[in-house]
Design a protein around this ligand. Structure first.
Ligand code: NI
Length: 176
């Protein structure tokens, strides 16, 4: 496995629509997902999309947050190939988000509070899942990457964006 280089804000690959994976079970896809997982863990991220590692394919990974609350050292990572959000709640909420392509920065972003999504795992099995809270937010954020959208395109308020430590001090209380 290897740690991959992450494209940062401004790199054109982040604004391109990623292409569908034709052959889900090919070994190259499995290797890519393993490398993405290692990269995400190394950078202490909670989600990563293939375009962020310079590969314009519809693949996302994310940590299963629910499992983190249990006292286990194991990090559970979900990989989704060709994911699609199929249902979204009318209800939305605003929360602060970061992104490995925009290190050190946070922005306040509006997302659907709950969603249903589908996609395929590495073995080609279809996955369908309902998600809410942080889980729903991560999937929306990562699927955005596959459509060339980064969170700075979705800021609730242009002022609610900046360096993490400044945001902590000056903005979080105001907007939460
Ligand atoms: Ni991101």
């Amino acid at each position: 496995m290897s740690i991959l280089k992450i494209a940062r804000l401004g790199h054109s690959i982040l604004y391109k629509k990623a292409s569908l994976v034709d052959n889900i079970t090919e070994p190259g896809i499995k290797k890519l997902i393993h490398d993405m997982s290692e990269t995400m863990i190394d950078y202490k991220g909670i989600g990563l999309a293939a375009p962020q590692v310079h590969i314009s394919k519809q693949i996302i990974i994310f940590r299963m947050i629910e499992d983190q609350e249990k006292k286990s050292n194991e990090i559970k990572i979900t990989a989704l190939i060709n994911p699609r959000i199929i249902k979204t709640s009318e209800e939305t909420d605003n929360k602060w988000e970061g992104c490995l392509s925009i290190p050190g920065m946070l922005g306040l972003v509006k997302r659907h509070s709950s969603i249903s999504y589908e996609g395929f795992d590495m073995s080609g099995n279809k996955i369908q899942q309902n998600a809410e809270g942080l889980h729903a937010r991560i999937v929306q954020h990562e699927c955005d990457h596959l459509n060339g959208v980064v969170f700075t395109h979705r800021l609730v308020n242009k002022k609610a964006y900046g360096y993490e430590d400044e945001i902590e001090e000056y903005w979080k209380k105001k907007y939460e």
